[in-house]
Design a protein around this ligand. Structure first.
Ligand code: TMP
Length: 388
């Protein structure tokens, strides 16, 4: 087995740590590596989870209409399975779990600000990280679960083998594990290197998940492509081959496609890395070529923090960043310290907006028709650097 770092995005701050002027920051070296045995792509160095997920955690799922709709839809699908007990790993602000009765649902969320929201609404909510000790406690109190759901959470867990063993121990024989995370295939296709940040301990391919799940007697039964978070996959896995959820042809399709796209070969990731080095040069050249530098950032996403820091884009290029999330407003973009202000309609003196929230491109372009009509333009680096 060999693990090779294929991309280094340099010195980076904690991506979701939007700071006030003068506040101290923690920096680390952000690199991504490929394991040729498990085919897993992971960060070269994991960041201490207590520094990432805590009581001031900024990202709130319900702030986005797209995500609220998304969780309502998957909740409707799950309701058809008629589960009597459902547990969510990483329940954030309850955007998913609030679709179920507190009598049926258990939340696990290490960030106290969010876990307390669920407690207040009458849910059983563990302000804890997902691990074997926690699962033993839940098992002895509530027994096994019919559905274990996780959205953008499994990929956050450095100890992925232990977390899947914990799932296996808590899942009913006829239960279903349903989880969704950013797709490695989409990241490679879109050149969206900003999927690689401190919270994303791994970027999963189906090839790697298939191996990891099989090691814990879990079998993938079905996979769905999702448009959220810059392209994700939703995986349905079960313990028991006789589960009512039958294996469909999506599984082999995904596996074949990923093999065809070389997601099991180091060379694919080296090529990706070369593309990213070019993306950095192209973005700086584009910003340099804009004479009148009235450029703002649109969306203080954790992804954009990676881009700003990797490309060393500061307030010499971007006047300020607008964002709708109250906890990010009047703070600074980590590392490069561009001010973040409350979103209002884009001001008349602004000609360009860098699309930090490129994963909401459709929603934003629709919303900003006035800006576009008066000649305003969005800049993006996905799938390549350009003016939209
Ligand atoms: P996410 O990519 O982690 O979901 O974060 C999206 C961020 O972008 C969040 O802070 C809200 C912000 N945003 C806006 O400010 N305006 C918008 O129209 C959209 C869709 C997102």
């Amino acid at each position: 087995m060999s693990i090779t770092e294929f991309l280094n995005l340099g010195r980076q701050p904690i991506a979701n740590n939007f700071i006030k002027n003068g506040e101290k920051e923690l920096f680390f070296n952000l690199g991504a590596s490929f394991n040729d045995e498990t085919n897993l792509v992971s960060l070269s160095n994991f960041v201490d989870k207590n520094k990432l997920f805590h009581d001031q955690y900024a990202y709130s799922s319900s702030m986005s209409i797209t995500m609220k709709k998304h969780f309502k839809q998957i909740a409707e699908i799950i309701k058809k399975f008629n589960p009597s007990k459902i547990l969510e790993i990483g329940s954030n602000d309850g955007a998913f779990l609030f679709n179920f009765s507190p009598k049926k649902a258990i939340a696990v969320e290490p960030c106290g600000n969010f876990s307390n929201l669920l407690k207040k609404a009458g849910y059983i909510s563990y302000t804890r990280f997902w691990d074997l000790n926690l699962v033993n406690e839940i098992l002895s109190k509530y027994g096994k679960m019919d559905i274990i759901y996780a959205a953008n959470c499994m990929c956050h867990i450095p100890e992925i083998e232990e977390s899947l063993l914990a799932v296996k121990n808590l899942l009913n024989d006829n239960g279903i594990l349903i989880f969704e995370d950013p797709s490695l295939e989409e990241m490679i296709k879109r050149g969206s290197y900003d999927q690689i940040y401190d919270e994303h301990a791994h970027i999963f391919s189906i090839l790697s998940l298939n191996k990891l799940l099989n090691n814990n007697n879990l079998e993938i039964r079905k996979i769905e492509k999702l448009s959220v978070h810059g392209g994700s996959n939703r995986i349905y896995a079960t313990l028991n081959k006789n589960n009512f959820l039958k294996k469909d042809n999506s599984v082999d399709k995904f596996i074949k496609n990923e093999e065809l796209n070389g997601l099991n070969k180091l060379n694919t990731f080296i090529e990706f890395s070369n593309k990213i080095k070019k993306s950095k040069i192209d973005l700086i050249s584009l910003l340099d070529s804009i004479k009148d530098k009235n450029i703002i950032g649109y969306g203080a996403t954790s992804k954009s923090v990676v881009v700003y820091n990797y490309c060393k884009i500061k307030d010499n290029y971007i006047n300020y960043v607008v964002d709708t999330t109250p906890s990010k407003q009047n703070k600074l973009i980590p590392g490069v310290h561009i001010p973040i202000i409350k979103y209002t309609k884009i001001k008349n003196n602004i000609n360009y907006a860098f699309l930090g929230a490129w994963n909401y491109e459709k929603e934003i372009l629709k919303k900003e028709q006035d800006f576009i009509k008066r000649g305003g333009r969005f800049i993006t680096h996905v799938p390549y650097v350009r003016i939209i």
